[in-house]
Design a protein around this ligand. Structure first.
Ligand SMILES: NC(=O)c1ccc[n+]([C@@H]2O[C@H](COP(=O)([O-])OP(=O)(O)OC[C@H]3O[C@@H](n4cnc5c(N)ncnc54)[C@H](OP(=O)(O)O)[C@@H]3O)[C@@H](O)[C@H]2O)c1
Length: 293
């Protein structure tokens, strides 16, 4: 896998090749399309469908989702907006958690749980094969130590059955990435990372050397938007927004970083695409690097 300049490269960051497919480095995270706290239907269902269609029209070919969002709601919106899916579209999903009545995210990683989640993902997306399934570990506090073997072997089995094309891991430690790679090829790692949370700096560099994608979740801070005087100062100097600077910084940070910023607004989506194309100078980057260190 590597970066390339194919026809999918008109979005900021160009393209990334994952196995047999070229996808845009600028992707879209669909989690925030469900209702409040990622439960139930969105207030503005037509608006949510319009955001997905706009993402496709802008040329975005990487959408991140999970059957746990809603649950099922986000996948069903994607299906309604974009099915039948063009061959160029790469839909990344994840398994490892369920939703409870209070909106919590209890872990569900027994082999039978994972097989059920993959079945429900296929059904809700209306797909016969999933492009990518991330095995999500850890908890809301982040990655936790422990073996990923049983869970990842279950997904590797489903891959061999032809239900999944590519496998990834999410919310994981470096040790879990290494352990998963002894079981089956890992094409991406999806962990929390942004200007202010840089625990994975070393991991990102190691993955880049191995041509493995790194997909930061909460690139804009997630439920707590990134706030930093330094970020606002750099954005003000460049005449742009902190969100734009945060996305551009990620694209410049390493060629294996793929963006999946979330938004339920078409205006924000367009703003993010434009903003991520900002070119940061070495001085800007040095100043921004003080935030997370
Ligand atoms: N693997 C995991 O464990 C995990 C965990 C969490 C998330 N994820 C994935 O990561 C993706 C990204 O995470 P996220 O969406 O939670 O967080 P995010 O991308 O860091 O931030 C999304 C938030 O930023 C706001 N926003 C976006 N663009 C904006 C703009 N231009 N101006 C002002 N506000 C803007 C959005 O509000 P508006 O809707 O108002 O634009 C939304 O509240 C998710 O969609 C999901 O697919 C994975």
């Amino acid at each position: 896998m590597n970066t390339s300049t194919s026809s999918t490269a008109s979005l900021p960051g160009g393209a990334w090749v994952t196995g047999d497919q070229t996808i845009t480095r600028f992707g879209y995270g669909a989690m925030q399309l469900a209702g409040p706290w990622v439960m139930g239907q969105p207030e503005d269902r037509d608006g949510a469908l319009a955001v997905l269609r706009e993402a496709a029209e802008l040329g975005i070919t990487h959408i991140d989702t999970s059957v746990a969002y809603g649950p099922r709601v986000t996948n069903e919106l994607i299906r309604e907006a974009l099915h039948p899916y063009p061959e160029s579209l790469f839909i990344a999903t994840k398994v490892g958690a369920e939703r409870d009545a209070q909106g919590g995210w209890p872990t569900a990683r027994r082999p039978e749980d994972l097989r059920q989640q993959v079945r429900e993902t296929l059904e809700s997306l209306g797909s016969e094969v999933l492009d990518l399934v991330n095995m999500r570990m850890g908890d809301a506090q982040g990655p936790q130590p422990g073996s990923i073997a049983e869970a990842f072997e279950t997904l590797a089995g489903l891959q061999q059955e032809g239900l999944i094309r590519h496998l990834g891991v999410s919310n994981v430690t470096s040790e879990q990435v290494a352990e998963a790679r002894t079981i089956a090829p890992v094409v991406c790692v999806q962990n929390m990372y942004n200007l202010a949370h840089r625990r994975d700096d070393d991991l990102i560099d190691r993955l880049a050397a191995q041509d493995i994608a790194y997909v930061p979740f909460f690139p804009l801070g997630g439920f707590t938007p990134l706030q930093s005087e330094t970020l606002s100062r750099v954005a003000g100097r460049l005449g742009t927004t902190p969100m734009s600077v945060a996305l551009a910084w990620l694209l410049q940070r390493s060629p294996n970083i793929l963006l999946i910023p979330g938004t339920s607004s078409r205006a924000h989506l367009r703003e993010n695409v434009t903003g991520a194309g900002l070119s940061l100078s070495e001085e800007d980057v040095a100043e921004l690097d003080t935030i997370g260190h």
